[in-house]
Design a protein around this ligand. Structure first.
Ligand code: HEM
Ligand code: NAG
Ligand code: NAG
Length: 491
């Protein structure tokens, strides 16, 4: 018994040693520095054993190696590269997009809801993305604005009616709001409050991370072969509700014949157009299941980052009364100019609010780093590092936003910074290139509408609890913790 135990332990140790050595040699041969703290699991090891978010662990590595073009990291037998240099990040995201066109999220055949543009790759992704893009044009958003406006108004009502939410669990309050608003944009709205939608409770519950969902996601990232072997589905428990809900809404819409300008409308249109086809003849059938999976991406990709974005702005405004004053002044001026309306055009005119949102997303980018998978052998421009097909890429975002070489005095909140000039290579809250966030325009509009309505009704203060602002342990997102917003009704 003891002998067997010792034997297994030695085998594991030998495996770990060999795997670590392999990873180390792999990257040294390619001329990249190797992260040696854990040669098998890289930064994921520290993520597993500490209570810190992954982006901060990456940031520590970044600060230790400010001039490395990229750093090899261990993730079992899949070569992985952490891209730190801004020019290399730009190459991976944009100029060499054809070599890095996949996100690297793994999924198994038959995982119906994972079959959406966030996870898809190759021709399938391209064709689906092309067909989804029209939903997010300025013209479509303008038509859809009545839904966004209604959800923002419902939010203010909800806040007014629930004083217990005035200085506690702000992030939770915001993410419920974003879920209600996105629910409206996807399934449509009626005359009742978006907070009374039958979909809200169930979508809220569905997206609370559980131990099991975390394990599946980690496994899909870190040990893809095992994830594939087990045939695990990431979202199987939501299939019944989601596909059912979409089917129900679509069948109802087919009868109605009223244009509502929401996602369900787009689905009907896509289904009417029939089989989707690209220039190479590749085809996709827009089944209810496929469209339900696209509806699903609104919730998985949209809710939490949008809530984080609004939270980021409120945290900054609640700390900078003079900037808050200027924002509120702009909102009032534009409101009066537009005959006491916060229309689409009114929101679009709020330039200072846009600057405040931009700068808040620099300090707190909701997604702390980006991932890609190499789909053909290539070379990174800085350092000439050879990258083989199959390599997983992790690219810096938060790190670039907080690097004083690109953003002077980076910890200072200054809405007057110009983030659109040459610095745009080091400012990527929505990512970059072919896989840039498809919902960016929609998300910004929704965040600004909510902020404009809320700030007309409430004054705000930022309350940092004892110990100050911290970030919660999370795989990709920034989760500001230990901080809340105090809402004070205006007279
Ligand atoms: C402020 C809120 C949001 C932020 C900060 C944000 C950020 C991001 C980022 C950083 C990416 C990765 C981009 C890349 O890899 O280059 C992304 C992708 C994506 N986002 Fe957003 N997002 C937000 C809101 C939304 C919303 C509301 C939706 C849905 C309507 C959405 C849908 C998506 C989708 C579908 C992708 C994947 C696109 C693809 O792979 O082709 N996002 N987002
Ligand atoms: C905010 O940032 C976006 C790019 O992310 C830019 O197009 C826009 O002009 C910026 N807004 C202002 C007011 O500078
Ligand atoms: C930012 O810089 C770009 C190019 O340097 C310039 O075209 C743009 O007008 C600037 N924006 C602001 C708001 O100063």
């Amino acid at each position: 018994m003891i002998v067997l135990l010792l034997l297994s332990i030695s085998l594991i140790l030998i495996y770990v040693y060999l795997n670590g050595k392999y990873n180390e040699n792999y990257w040294k041969e390619r001329g990249a520095k190797f992260y040696e703290v854990n040669k098998v699991l890289g930064p994921f090891w520290e993520f597993l054993i500490s209570d810190r978010p992954l982006f901060q662990i990456f940031h520590d590595i970044y600060k230790k190696h400010p001039n490395e073009p990229a750093i090899g990291i261990g993730t079992f037998f899949t070569p992985s590269l952490y891209v730190t240099d801004a020019k290399n990040v730009h190459a991976v995201m944009q100029t060499d997009f054809v070599s890095f066109s996949e996100r690297g999220f793994e999924m198994n055949e038959g995982d119906l809801l994972a079959d959406n543009i966030l996870f898809m790759g190759g021709k399938r992704w391209k064709l689906m993305r092309q067909n989804m893009t029209p939903l997010f044009t300025a013209a479509k958003l303008k038509n859809m604005y009545y839904i966004i406006d209604k959800s923002a108004l419902d939010f203010v009502e909800h806040l007014k009616n629930n004083p217990e939410k005035w200085r506690r669990n702000t992030f939770d309050t915001l993410s419920t709001f974003c879920c209600a608003a996105i629910g409206g944009a996807v399934f449509g709205i009626g005359s009742e409050s978006t907070y009374d939608s039958p979909f809200l409770e169930i979508t809220r519950a569905a997206f609370r991370p559980t131990l099991w969902s975390n394990i599946r996601f980690s496994l899909s990232n870190l040990c893809t072969p095992l994830f594939k072997l087990l045939g695990l589905k990431l979202f199987s428990e939501h299939e019944e509700f989601f596909i059912g809900a979409i089917k129900q809404v679509l069948r109802k819409r087919e009868q109605e014949k009223v244009k509502r300008h929401d996602f369900a409308d787009i689905c009907i249109q896509i289904q009417k157009n029939g089989v989707m086809r690209d220039e190479t003849g590749f085809e996709l059938v827009p089944s209810d299941e496929l469209l339900a999976a696209q509806a699903f991406f609104f919730f998985t990709a949209g809710v939490e980052p949008t809530a984080t974005a609004i939270f980021a702005v409120l945290i900054q405004l609640g700390k900078h009364p003079e900037i808050l004053k200027q924002v509120v002044q702009e909102i009032e001026d534009v409101y009066n100019k537009h005959n006491a309306q916060l229309s689409y055009d009114a929101i679009s005119e709020m330039e200072y609010l846009d600057k405040v949102l931009n700068e808040s997303l620099r300090i707190f980018p909701p997604i702390g780093f980006l991932t890609r998978k190499c789909v053909r052998d290539t070379v990174l421009p800085v350092g000439n590092i050879k990258v083989a097909k199959g390599t997983k890429m992790y690219t810096a975002v938060y790190e670039l936003h907080h690097d004083s070489r690109y953003h002077e005095n980076p910890e200072m909140f200054d809405p007057e910074r110009n983030l659109t000039d040459q610095k745009s290579e080091t400012y990527l809250p929505f990512g970059k290139g072919g896989r840039i966030c498809i919902g960016a325009r929609y998300a910004k509009l929704q965040a600004k509408a909510a902020l404009a309505h809320v700030l007309r009704s409430f004054d705000i203060k930022t309350v940092e609890h004892k110990g100050g602002l911290r970030f919660g342990k999370d795989q990709v997102q920034l989760r500001m913790k230990n901080v809340d917003i105090e809402f004070i009704p205006r007279n």
